[in-house]
Design a protein around this ligand. Sequence first.
Ligand code: SAH
Ligand code: SF4
Ligand code: F3S
Length: 481
Amino acid sequence: MMDLLTPDKTHDESRQGEAMMLEQTAEKHNGRKLYIESYGCAMNFSDSEIVASILLDKGFETTKDYNNADVVFINTCSIRENAEQRVRNRLKEFTVAKVKNPGMIVGVLGCMAERLKAKFLEEEKLVDVVVGPDAYRDLPNLIDQVDDGQKAVNVLLSREETYADINPVRLNTNGINAFVSIMRGCDNMCSFCVVPFTRGRERSRDPQSIIKECTDLYNQGYREVTLLGQNVDSYKWKPEATEAAEISINDITGVNFAQLLEMVALINPDLRVRFSTSHPKDITDEVLHAIAKYENICNYIHLPVQSGNSRVLDLMNRTYDREWYMERVEAIRRIIPGCAISTDMIAGFCTETEEEHQETLSMMDFVQYDYAYMFMYSERPGTLAAKRYTDDIPETVKNRRLNEIVNKQRAHSHLRLQEQVGKVQRVLIEGFSKKSNLDYCGRSNNNAMVVFPVSESYKPGQYVNVFIDRCTTATLIGKVI
Ligand code: SAH
Ligand code: SF4
Ligand code: F3S
């Protein structure tokens, strides 16, 4: 808020001051090596690219080997207890490296940093810096503090920060697919979920900066962008009063997600557009019609159901019920025939009965999901569910219910792939297949992985039509026609 209201002149002056400081600090950090590893959702991977951009601007270089790094960052996830456990184990390995190389700075970024705050420094003595998801612009200062012999923490959450002006440095890229954050935070207090606490309030990023980032990616040869947000359907950008006056020439009064999708789709028909995550309570017919209208908006929707039972959904505070979810699935089938749908599911939420679990299985039969991410409920400290309900489903029961869900999904995924056998799919080539350099792999419009023989007449980044002649449980196999 404050930034937007700052008069332009002072803004320019402070920019100049900033530029001078930038040169000085750039020299100081020149050649220092940054290693960064990411856990959790796509948002975290995307944030690491922002972090890299901020530090490369200050003279850092990236390295792929943490043993020879000056700064080692781990961008962490708190979504389930085992996600945090993985991070702690990895941190042990980093701190072993730090004992050999005491000059090494070890930092914890992301959701666990936000959740545990300064406590992290007490729990993990060899951690030097703890930085939450909205404080990455402060990283150079925080590193300076550590250089001066202190520990450093910044876990302030923001209502405005979208890093809109930062040009992410693409890490581990194949040069073809890229993530683009369109919003941050989440305002939907699902009772099981820690994200609203670790990522703060929902805010949407300025659409012009999104279009610019996607256009730049296209010009650099990228052919697919995935627009990211915890709840993309509630994307809503409204210019601030002062800004609105300036941009009224473009007649922008506000942009919703359907409109943003169209704007990105219009950049170039050869740029595929994907997005994640859609919330069942918010996905509109307008969005579905936008997907149907543009060939390059992929026919694939990640629409997490969590549970198939209305009472459990109510306890989860998902704000839709079984019937609502089924109606949204029917709308997808009607408006975008053949659209792939995937989901997230939680087995063994507080007080879930056997019958209620059966309703999750019957929901799966109704939708026949193409793909699913399936989890056992893991109580997270501070969430509504942790405060209000008892985590009363025994581990063995959770595990058995999860297995039933997983087995059913395996059958459905296979069925969905089998439906493609004998058909032709338009595939964006991403590179060599994992198993062999004699095969290329890429995804169909529906997000299925397709493998086919390499040929000199086409290369990664190009589209090819592949005739699917068979499938495994996870992959379509075919030939270019
Ligand atoms: N914003 C997305 C989900 C982000 S978290 C949405 O609303 O759908 C990704 C998934 O992790 C969730 O969909 C949920 O299935 C799972 N999850 C979140 N908190 C969990 C918990 N405490 N225990 C188990 N799974 C959880
Ligand atoms: Fe968590 Fe719900 Fe927000 Fe998704 S919508 S991030 S599950 S609170
Ligand atoms: Fe994990 Fe944070 Fe994403 S908790 S799932 S990294 S928003």
